[in-house]
Design a protein around this ligand. Structure first.
Ligand SMILES: C[S@@+](CC[C@H](N)C(=O)[O-])C[C@H]1O[C@@H](n2cnc3c(N)ncnc32)[C@H](O)[C@@H]1O
Ligand code: SF4
Length: 262
C-alpha cells in the first residue's frame, strides 16, 4: 500500500498560483511556446476556488506568476483579486508582461490592490528590443501600466539579459527611474539546456539569444551550465531605486554576487 505525506496548510508561507494558462505574448523559451502540444492554453482557474483554498494566517506571500500563462490575461482578473483580498492578508505579487491592458483597466486593478502588494513587470529590453524575446509585447501599454503601478505600489522592472539587450541595461535603469519604478531586477536566462530545450531547436535561438562572451563568464565547466555576469557590471546590477531593503524572494543580485533571480 502506498503512503502519502501532505504539507500542513499552516506550514505554507509562500504560494504560487497559476490562475490562467492564457498569454498573447510568445516568448521563445516559455514552456507554452516550446511545448504547445502539452498545454491547454486557455485554462482559467474559477474565481470560486479562492473560497475553498482556506488560507492559513501564516501565509505571507501569494505569487500570481505561474509557469505557462500571464495572470493579467485571466478574463476575471479583477474578481480574482477581490476574492483574494477578501480572503487573505498575504502580500500579492503579480508577474506579468504588462501588455494589452488599458489605463482604465490598470486603475481598477490598482484600486483593488494594497500599497504593500507588488507588481513585477517582465520587460527584457527597451522599446526597440523588448519584443525580440517578448514576441508581440506592446510597448505603449507596458509604459502606461508601469508608470501607474509605480505611483501606487511596489513595482519592479525585471530584465532578462539576452544578446540583443545586454547593451541597454543602464539605459533601462534610467528609464525605470524616470517612470518612478522602485526596483530593477536583472535575471539571467536559465533555459539553455536539455531537457527543457529540445535539441532540434537549440542552435538558432540559443545562439541568437545567449549573451555575448564579453558579457558573461562561464561559472561551470558544463557549456550549458549557468552563467555568471562579469564582475565589472555588478555595480550597475544591484539597482534599488528607493531603498536598500530588497525583497529577498526576488533574489536580486547584490554587488559581488553572481546569481540574478526571478
Ligand atoms: C512563464 S512566466 C509567467 C509570468 C508572466 N507571464 C511573465 O512572463 O512574467 C514565469 C517566469 O518565467 C520568466 N521567464 C520567461 N522566460 C525566461 C527565460 N528565458 N529565462 C528565465 N526566466 C524566464 C518570466 O519572466 C516570469 O518571471
Ligand atoms: S509572457 Fe510569460 S507566460 Fe507569456 S510567453 Fe512570455 S514567459 Fe510565457
Amino acid at each position: 500500500m502506498s503512503s502519502y505525506s501532505f504539507v500542513s496548510k499552516d506550514s505554507i508561507e509562500y504560494l504560487n498560483i497559476e490562475i490562467t494558462t492564457r498569454c498573447s505574448v510568445k516568448c521563445p523559451m516559455c514552456p507554452r511556446t516550446v511545448f504547445p502540444q502539452f498545454l491547454n492554453s486557455k485554462l482559467d482557474m474559477p474565481v470560486s476556488l479562492v473560497n475553498h483554498l482556506n488560507f492559513s494566517d501564516n501565509l505571507k506571500k501569494i505569487y500570481l506568476t505561474g509557469a505557462n500563462g500571464d495572470p493579467i490575461q485571466h478574463p476575471n482578473f479583477h474578481s480574482f483579486l477581490r476574492a483574494l483580498k477578501n480572503t487573505t492578508k498575504a502580500q500579492l505579487n503579480i508577474n506579468t508582461h504588462g501588455s494589452f491592458r488599458s489605463k482604465n483597466w490598470w486603475e481598477n486593478t490598482l484600486n483593488i490592490l494594497s500599497k504593500t502588494d507588488h507588481i513585477i513587470f517582465s520587460i527584457d529590453g527597451l522599446e526597440d528590443t523588448n519584443s525580440i524575446y517578448r514576441v508581440h509585447a506592446h510597448w505603449r501599454s507596458i509604459e502606461s501600466a508601469v508608470k501607474l503601478s509605480a505611483q501606487k505600489l511596489q513595482t519592479t522592472w525585471k530584465f532578462i539579459i539576452f544578446k540583443h539587450n545586454e547593451h541597454q541595461i543602464s539605459k533601462a535603469i534610467h528609464l525605470a527611474k524616470s517612470w518612478g519604478v522602485a526596483y530593477f531586477s536583472l535575471k539571467r536566462s536559465d533555459r539553455w539546456s536539455e531537457p527543457y530545450w529540445p535539441k532540434d531547436n537549440v542552435s538558432d535561438w540559443m545562439e541568437h539569444l545567449r549573451p555575448s562572451e564579453d558579457f558573461v563568464t562561464k561559472d561551470y565547466k558544463d557549456v550549458e551550465g549557468p552563467y555568471s555576469l562579469k564582475r565589472k557590471f555588478n555595480s550597475v546590477f544591484n539597482i534599488n531605486l528607493r531603498t536598500d531593503s530588497l525583497p529577498l524572494y526576488m533574489q536580486q543580485m547584490k554587488v559581488g554576487e553572481t546569481q540574478v533571480g526571478n
